[in-house]
Ligand binder design. Structure first.
Ligand code: 6PG
Length: 256
């Protein structure tokens, strides 16, 4: 399945999803370093990627030794408004599952300073770090080599939740987004950053995502519709959009 919804690859289960995602990430990492001398990667939060991160860190798997970690710059697609040692922290999850186990130079890990009381300040500082690492001119967007994303049952991605203000932010790379259903702020990359990426890979697993995924891929739906899901609005202008989905999450999709 392709088109403006990108390429859909259905794999058997969560383990196969992690293997496929790891192989794709390794391919892009090597290609990026060969082309530019570095690999700029934004990690997704949530639970699905944990299996991928553990696989990337596994010395007995073919990925850890193949990825040029020393030339990898690690960012985060979004972060909860909590300290880095909080159980809810996406940074903590990535640190425990991956970053502590691979030789990425600490200076190459660019976390959101989500411990700051003011979420907008944390967002602004993170945006400054992105601008520094990508050497952005004013008005220029960072072109990540790869951004990993997940999808919630409500169709949110990163911390772009349905009806939230950050969905409308198109003049900044990072936004502090009030998420009413949690009664909390999240810090998130914004749609223009996802659309500027060289590659965006969604990782979606589990039967609880099936109904939403079916709606996302409904040919009658449009990413420009007012009720479009946030994940539908991710459209890399000149980049790859890949949906890696397991059979449980794909079970309501038209059989391709
Ligand atoms: C987060 C993620 C979020 C996540 C989806 C899917 O901070 O939680 O950025 O967008 O990708 O909620 O989460 P699961 O992979 O746990 O289903």
């Amino acid at each position: 399945m392709s088109g403006n919804r990108g390429r859909l690859l259905v794999v058997d289960d969560a383990d196969a999803l992690a293997r496929e995602a790891a192989a794709e990430l390794t391919r892009i990492a090597k290609k990026s370093v060969a082309a530019s001398g570095r690999f700029t990667l934004a990690l997704s939060g949530g639970s699905t990627p944990r299996r991928l991160y553990a696989l990337l860190a596994d010395p007995s798997a073919p990925y850890r030794g193949a990825i040029p970690w020393e030339a990898t710059q690690i960012f985060f697609g979004d972060e909860r408004h909590v300290p880095p040692d909080d159980p809810q922290s996406n940074f903590r999850m990535a640190k425990e599952a991956l970053l502590e186990h691979v030789p990425v130079p600490p200076a190459n890990v660019h976390r959101v300073e989500a411990e700051r009381a003011d979420a907008a300040e944390a967002a602004a500082i993170y945006a400054q770090e992105i601008a520094r690492v990508f050497a952005l001119a004013p008005g220029q967007w960072p072109r990540f080599d790869l951004i990993l994303l997940g999808m919630g049952p409500d169709g949110h991605t990163a911390s772009l939740f349905p009806g939230s203000d950050a969905l409308g932010v198109r003049d900044r790379t990072v936004a502090a987004n009030w998420v009413a259903k949690f009664g909390a702020y999240r810090i998130t990359l914004t749609l223009p950053v996802f659309d500027a990426a060289s590659a965006v890979h969604f990782l979606v697993a589990g039967a609880d995502k099936a109904a939403t995924l079916s709606a996302v891929f409904d040919p009658a739906s449009s990413p420009d519709a007012p009720d479009a899901f946030p994940c539908q609005r991710i459209r890399p202008r000149s980049g790859e959009l890949l949906w890696l989905v397991d059979r449980a999450a794909a079970k309501a999709l038209p059989q391709t």
